[in-house]
Write a protein that binds this ligand. Sequence first.
Ligand code: PLP
Length: 393
Amino acid sequence: MTSSARPFLNRRLAEFGTTIFAEMSALAVRTGAINLGQGFPDTDGPEQVREAAVRALRDGRGNQYPPGPGVPELRTAVAAHQLRRYGLSYDPETEVLVTAGATEAIAASLLALLEPGDEVIAFEPYYDSYAACIAMAGGTRVPVTLRPGDGSFRLDLDELRDAVTDRTRLLLINTPHNPTGTVLTREELTAIAELAVERDLLVVTDEVYEHLVFDEAEHVPLATFPGMRERTVTIGSAGKSFSFTGWKVGWVTAAAGLVAAVRSAKQFLTYVSSGPFQYAVAEALALPDSYFASFRADMLARRDLLAAGLEEAGFTVFRPAGTYFITTDIRSLGEADGFTFCRTLPERAGVVAIPNGVFYDHREEGAPFVRFAFCKQTDVLEEAVSRLKALAG
Ligand SMILES: *Cc1c(COP(=O)(O)O)cnc(C)c1O
């Protein structure tokens, strides 16, 4: 076990000890359980993209500090991707910034845009780095809870409107949403955009799962709505879109002033990162639509496999419209507390999952929910499903 940071960790970060992922991944290793906790694919992205990275490395492209904003090839490719997919036009010179994954993009955006005491509204449950980054930036987080109903977790727009105060500076949005799999609809996004314009708020929108939307769901970037381009920082990630989470290549697109602000913070975090990989991701972003279509179809099949298995095992399944996570309700199994459930699941069924409670400020709201990742090989998912059947008795 790792030692406690408690005697040394400052007040801003005191509540953020070790992440649940470290605890649960260690548990998976110790017990030999199948790890459906942490969301990383167990199959690497396209061969030709890997080869592009090797070529860049061999040709000496990116082996030394790349330019601060990112290599021009990647900035151009990001801009072309936003234009081709969404009709959003960004200048690669001034309106695109390459970051060390979406994680750094989130951190740099919050560090750059928040004054101490500024309030940030984020959907709860939220991705775990949001709370820590808001705290590091001296901001105050104001959670708006997504609540289950009708098979998915939904946003209460009135609650969102009521959460805005004179101190609100920024909305931190995530769609498709981790961990619930909710994809905000055009109507919801319209309302969010109107609120941001009316109250003059900045928006940071984490769209790392933009290519993982299923069924009838559609990913619409917030920056496409009226009045939003000039106030929105959009974040993407090669880790999620191309299954190279270890490369840590992410990006920001926004109006020039916002990008300049985010770059000011970013230059003192990593300055630059992932040199050769940036060239490879530039090639990945130019892959034909068929790549994205088959990536999506492939993940959809995995979603359906795991969702059916979880249902058979007795879980209530919220079939996700996006991301590679399934949130379940364990009350149908006669369980009430996700933490206890996840700590004993490896012993009971040889599978590791994540209790959604860790993604909530209002822990009681998240207590009965548990998250499983389905970005795993089919035989791994099949084995997990057959083990989970033990729970059905
Ligand atoms: C994985 C993830 C990130 C981090 O992306 P990286 O590019 O690996 O840093 C950010 N936001 C959400 C919602 C994620 O699931």
